[in-house]
Design a protein around this ligand. Structure first.
Ligand code: SF4
Length: 60
């Protein structure tokens, strides 16, 4: 089991995700993106960090 994390175009670059989990997210310009394609594990409720709902997590 692994997890794919994505950030969609609604990201406003607030930095909250990177601030909470810099092992998962990094800001690139005015958008955040995951630091790698797949993660072995992600914290419960990771999507809830984002104020605009830009973070999606799916099992792959
Ligand atoms: S918390 Fe959401 S809006 Fe803020 S930088 Fe991360 S993905 Fe973008």
């Amino acid at each position: 089991m692994a997890y794919k994390v994505t950030v969609d175009d609604s990201c406003v670059g607030c930095g909250a995700c990177q601030g909470a989990h810099d092992d998962i997210f990094k800001l690139e310009g005015d958008k955040a993106e995951p630091v790698k394609a797949k993660f072995d594990n992600v914290p419960e409720g990771l999507e809830d960090i984002c104020p605009v709902g830009a973070i999606k997590v799916e099992k792959v």
